[in-house]
Design a protein around this ligand. Structure first.
Ligand code: AHM
Ligand code: MG
Length: 332
């Protein structure tokens, strides 16, 4: 089998398809290298004393895990000196991280959730890193305002899943490709290209313990699925919930499904549970590039105009026909 490394893939995308610049290519390589370092830290677990809480809360008021802090530092440190970035923003930091003056600056903005699903870290279940790249608007300082761009403006998005294997899933706006980390060689190798999410599915993912807080359209949709063969859908549906968005979205990328963290009475005041700029937007970009759909229930996620860096949104994404059905129930 001919092996195509991430580096070769990116060089060919740049040279033959002109979908990325050489600076963006190098930026993606650095992010991938940081994901490798995070994968190694996670893999050591208790042996390196990296499990458990960090003893602090992040800007979202959530208790940070040691690996949240470590992953954030790995990404900052790896990306600040390369000269490709104007600034970075992270789930773990209230404000954007400017590039220190001792380093050259570039035109891109990098956003990330350094360790998604970190409540799963101590029980040895898959977690991941989610990232998104934007262009810093010309003439604008790389402050919070510069990051407030709709998801349609993303130049690239991806996630790493740290599971039985470490995977990097990437879109440059030209389809979705999956790379598997060869742990011996330390390089990501292309293992799936032009991934497509089937339009129909018999599998759904939602935290069902929130049932009593859901809005009527979501209640109706899930009730119909639960009714199975005897209900209006005339078919049995299966439910899965890893509680790591990366793992749940990756399952959908592999075999279809619908993922929902909808608006509910518990999260209404905050606008939802998941964050727009470094969770919903990159995942929506990947899912759409794989032929799926992503909505808040009322609007296409990628068209939302962000109001602040840590804005939260309802997320419904995956197999197109099911996502459209949920959106139709909201419209009705
Ligand atoms: P995190 O970024 O702090 O890890 O939170 C996001 C996670 C998602 O990965 C996952 O879909 C969701 O929160 C799980 O929520 P719940 O605890 O309600 O199952
Ligand atoms: Mg997250």
């Amino acid at each position: 089998m001919r092996r195509i490394s991430l580096s070769r893939f990116l060089i060919e995308e740049q040279r033959n398809k002109h979908v990325i610049s050489s600076e963006l290519r190098l930026l993606i390589e650095v992010v991938a290298r940081a994901c490798k370092a995070i994968s190694i830290a996670i893999g050591k677990g208790a042996l390196a004393d990296v499990l458990g809480g960090a003893g602090a809360d992040n800007v979202q008021g959530e208790a940070q895990k040691k690996l949240d802090v470590i992953s954030n530092e790995i990404l900052l440190e790896a990306n600040e000196w390369g000269g490709h970035l104007a600034a970075m923003a992270s789930e773990e930091m209230e404000l954007p991280h400017p590039i220190p003056n001792r380093y050259p600056k570039g035109e891109y903005l990098l956003l990330f959730d350094p360790l998604d699903g970190s409540s799963n870290i101590d029980i040895n279940v898959s977690v991941g890193t989610i990232f998104s790249v934007l262009q810093c608007p010309e003439g604008m300082a790389p402050t919070e305002q510069a990051f407030l761009q709709s998801g349609t403006r993303q130049l690239c998005a991806g996630y790493a899943v740290y599971g039985p294997t470490t995977l990097l899933v990437l879109t440059l706006g030209d389809g979705v490709n999956v790379f598997t980390l060869d742990r011996e060689l330390g390089s990501f190798v292309l293992t799936q290209s032009a991934v497509k999410i089937p339009a129909d599915t018999r599998e759904f993912a939602i935290n069902a313990s929130n049932n009593r807080h859901w809005e009527p359209p979501v209640k109706r949709y899930v009730d119909e699925l639960l009714a199975g063969k005897d209900g209006p859908r005339g078919s049995d549906f299966n439910m899965r919930w890893v509680a790591s968005m990366v793992a749940d979205v990756h399952r959908i990328l592999c075999r279809g499904g619908i993922f929902m963290y909808p608006l509910d009475a518990k999260t209404r005041e905050k606008g939802g549970k998941l964050r727009l700029l470094y969770e919903a937007n990159p995942m929506a970009f990947i899912v759409e590039q794989a032929g799926g759909a992503a909505t808040t229930g009322r609007q296409r996620i990628l068209e939302l105009e962000p109001a602040n860096l840590h804005q939260r949104v309802p997320v419904i994404l995956g197999s197109k026909n099911e996502v459209e059905r949920v959106a139709a129930y909201h419209a009705g």
